[in-house]
Design a protein around this ligand. Sequence first.
Ligand code: ZN
Length: 668
Amino acid sequence: MKINKFGSSRAIDFACDELKCYLERIDNSLNIEIVSEKCNDGCLNVGICDCFENLLPKVEDKSIDDAIYIDVKGKSGTITATNPHSVLIAVYRYLKELGVTFIRPGKENEVLPVLKLEETSVYVKEAASYRHREVCIEGACSYEHVCDMIDWIPKVGMNGYFTQFVRPDGFFKVWYEHEGNDYLEKEYKTGEDYAKILTDLEEEIQKRDLLYSVVGHSWQAECIGLDGSYWHKVDEPTDPEVIECLAEVNGERKLFGGVPVNTNLCYSNPKVQHKMTDFMIDLAKKKPFTKYLVFWLADAVGNECSCEECRKGSFVDYYIQMINMLDEKLTKENMDTKIVPIVMWKYLPDKEKIKKPDRCSMMYAPIHRDFSEKYPSLIDEEYLKGAITKIDDPENTDLNIVLKPTENNVGLLKTWQEIFGGDYLFYDYQMIWFHYMDPSYMFCSEVIYEDMKNLHVMGINGLSSCQGQRVFLPTVLPMATMAQTLWNKDTDYEAFKVKTLTDEYGEDGVKVGELLEKIAIPEMTRMMSGPDALDWEKTKGEETINLIKSRYPFIDELEELINENLKKDFPDAIKLSWNYLKFYPQIARYYMDVWTSAFGEADLEKTRKIAVEMVEYVMKNEKDIHKVFDGCLFRRRIYNFFNTHRLPGIVLGLDDTEEEFNDKSNNT
Ligand SMILES: [Zn+2]
């Protein structure tokens, strides 16, 4: 059999190699040769060619909008797509249609059918519902964790990766040094080691032609030579040239809380504007495979420069000046790299305008949203009645309250869409926050489905998912749903759920899903994420206690089901699913315990004790579950939710470690 390759690109080469490798394993009678011949009769033609162009659905921009066409009967036919990475997406889609399952990231999590290729036939003609379908690095990561995720992205129809920071060392450091976990052996690496990890991962990204987004955080720190590799403190700079670039806050030019990543610069200063944009151009030149320069300023609040010069204009105007300056410099360098600015909720521009909208994809990050509320399927006057359209008092506003109701986010977004009419994407936090507020993952999956389905209603063309890389226990469903619904917003969720759970757990997968659904308590998610988040005085009492108590029997039932299935014979990947799931019932019980003591009894001491125990359980077992569960993120979230004071009027003396830890968890 011949795979006839069309087009020259690393991703198309890789797609053909992958196709050959999987097909020869599926049908062991095959011996496949990869060729590049003009004549295409009797071959399996794979790649991009003018002659296939009419077969594809129309898209706006072929280089970034994905559409695929698959028409293969037996050993011949055509697999084509709009660009190299979508050729790879198409090849994996063909394999999925043949029955291959890519259950979770990691090659050990795949199940291949055995069949005679001659007897098969596949036809698919689809365009992705959304342009941006990207995973962003967060949590604690080993090289392998991220590499597996990059490999999985085109397998589930996503198309981009975002590494964050000029040097994303921090994410790797917390894994290799196992922050908060003494059961694992710490591995100390140098800056060079972390640089090598990044280079190796970028190699994997290039191999697949994924749309690569970089940096976001830390431009402003790194461009003046400060260490912006994580949200950590460093010594105050002493060089006057550096100090004069820093934002003046409360009359002083110094680091904000000692943390470079949280420190803004004096953006009205033309020297600062040039330093920022020159640095960005340099990085884009060093990494020509970069598609998107994500352009954020410092995290944290109250850190804007208030020097005499800066006070003459608006913060957002200086930001837009830098965006336009960067655009001009990119144009001068003949580079088509895109800029991804972020909507600054607090301020609106006074007079500046983004000059070339085509250069930019605007990001909106609804970080304060209430995750128990889905995005709207219809936005009309009724929906927007009472929604805010701007922040009235930027100085005195608790955004966490103001931006809780989803309609307020939509109202603000609408205002910005009038200011900037170009391409928009969300930077959202479902898989870094939400799944820790719904240990069943089922309520979370359902909301994610509606969220993705409804992005277009808000004029949003996709998602950069700020997320842990290991978010698959008790099930891959939330992440799989996100990927699938970004590809096809009209996906039938119920059918997809059954298919995903069955692929993951075999014939009892549906039962796993039903039991997880019974374990879910959306009311608790609302208590953790809603406007009264974690106000235990409001929730305590018999009603809450009984609501939680009713879930324990379902956890027992799930445990029995797991024990039965652990004895059965399955393909290795499914066996692995059950082996991971056996750690879940205890985690779920701890959730019920901690919810009871916190929301039901408002007992802080008891709550802290249980929180410590549940984290301890995960730390002890992390060696067995780390590929599907991020213990570090879990620990931060649980302590953030339950181990600090949440009772009005009670303030605990936190020791330094905890204080530092809380700083960090607030940031991510
Ligand atoms: Zn200033």
